[in-house]
Design a protein around this ligand. Structure first.
Ligand code: NAP
Length: 257
């Protein structure tokens, strides 16, 4: 029998984290590496990705950079093939890449709506399917999809984002419904307000900052690293019977009116 700390060990595991050149993805990759996993980080900007890989390697992590666009089926296919052939099985997939676009709904352009859906939802389907097709014959694998408090509620000017994150939450439940029988665990993490580049405009806005601090019972934004523990848990044996669950890491935001 494993002792309780060993249950959280990711030694010998390989993780692919999409959208991990900065922000939440980078912090999750760093956390998985600190628990013993070798990590493959991803983004579109090669230079930023290389710099992130070097920074992570400096902490002692075993890291590879794999640039591809999560909205391109061809690029995903090539990247997953390359990783599985050259590096070995992907044991853990974190579907984290995502985008935001803020415009009042009556003015929201269709092409931007489609870009939000493709980056935030279709990517989870495509990368998830490409990796799950490898995991299913192995009868094991962990998939973590990054949802949001906006999976449950909406805010002015981000209706397409809220729709996309609600879809990711239910796609997570659907993946568990179809793939749990093959030995896969598929869960979601729903962050509240986290200090990242995605929220740069909001962080610069004093009125919005004070709204976040009042609306979040913990009274503050979170740092990206505060998502690391949830990711390690869901990627590990400690969560062996946790499946189709959305874990809120939101300072009680969704617990409160
Ligand atoms: P971020 O700081 O903007 O980072 C986004 C990352 O995704 C970057 O590494 C970016 O690199 C990559 N990316 C974007 N589009 C991509 C694409 N098409 N293909 C591959 N990589 C792509 O965002 P974040 O705040 O860390 O958010 C990460 C995830 O958490 C998102 O799914 C977001 O919706 C979710 N989330 C964030 C918050 C929050 O408060 N920050 C709250 C709830 C949920 P490149 O630009 O180089 O591609």
């Amino acid at each position: 029998m494993l002792d309780s700390l060993s249950l959280f060990s990711l030694a010998g595991k390989r993780a692919l984290v999409t959208g991990s050149s900065r922000g939440i993805g980078y912090a999750i990759a760093a956390a998985l590496a600190s628990a013993g996993a070798s990590v493959i980080i991803n983004g579109r900007d090669q230079e930023a990705l290389g710099a992130a890989a070097a920074k992570l390697a400096d902490t002692g992590a075993t890291v590879r950079a794999l640039a591809f666009d999560v909205t391109s089926a061809d690029s995903i296919g090539e990247a997953v093939d390359w990783a599985e052939t050259e590096l070995g099985p992907i044991d853990i997939l974190v579907n984290n890449a995502g985008m935001q676009h803020r415009v009042p709904l009556e003015d929201f352009p269709l092409d931007r709506f489609e870009q939000v859906m493709s980056t935030n939802v279709t990517s989870v389907f495509m990368v998830g399917q490409a990796v799950a097709r490898r995991m299913i014959p192995r009868c094991t694998g962990k998939i973590i999809n990054i949802c949001s408090v906006m999976s449950n509620v909406a805010r002015p000017s981000i209706a397409p984002y809220a729709a996309s994150k609600a879809a990711v939450a239910n796609l997570t439940r659907g993946m568990a419904t179809d793939w749990a029988k093959h030995g896969l665990n598929i869960n979601g993490i729903a962050p509240g307000y986290i200090r990242t580049e995605l929220n740069e405009a909001l962080l610069q806005n004093a009125e919005f900052n004070s709204w976040v601090e009042r609306r979040t019972p913990m009274g503050r934004w979170a740092e990206p690293a505060e998502l690391g523990g949830a990711a390690i848990f869901l990627a590990s044996e400690a969560a062996s019977f946790v499946n189709g669950h959305i874990l809120y890491v939101d300072g009680a935001f969704t617990a409160t009116v």
